[in-house]
Write a protein that binds this ligand. Structure first.
Ligand code: AMP
Ligand code: ZN
Length: 112
């Protein structure tokens, strides 16, 4: 298995876990870009967002809802940002889909 996030799911690489159920895992980003910066991933390997299929719609909603709920739990009720980078031109570096959640600092748009 050469996917970093699959190895985190399998427990082969440690992560600071925030939440886990049968479908998703959330853990703190190792290189935080804000005081709150965590990732929500599906446990099943999906390489990038453009590989989602119709049957993955409930999973995609579950990822988004998990992101929202954890953001609030971590004190981001005044605002936060979610980001999903898709493939090389979208800035994706780990090829297992993940939703970034950033909060607890003022964020701007466009991000630059
Ligand atoms: P992206 O550039 O959207 O693919 O984001 C990949 C993210 O994964 C980056 O923000 C990295 O800091 C983060 N990351 C890489 N390795 C780890 C790890 N072992 N544990 C937690 N986060 C990681
Ligand atoms: Zn994977």
């Amino acid at each position: 298995m050469d996917c970093l996030f699959c190895r985190i799911v399998a427990g082969e690489i440690p992560a600071r876990k925030l939440y886990e159920d049968d479908q998703v895992l959330a853990f703190h980003d190792i290189g935080p870009q804000a005081p709150v910066h965590f990732l929500v991933i599906p446990k099943r390997h999906i390489a990038s967002l453009d590989e989602l299929s119709e049957s993955d719609r409930p999973l995609a909603g579950h990822i988004l809802y998990t992101a929202q709920r954890l953001a609030i739990e971590l004190g981001c009720e005044e605002g936060f940002r979610v980001v999903m980078n898709c493939k090389d031109l979208g800035g994706q570096t780990v090829h297992h889909i993940h939703m970034h959640v950033l909060g607890q600092r003022q964020l701007h748009w466009p991000p630059g």
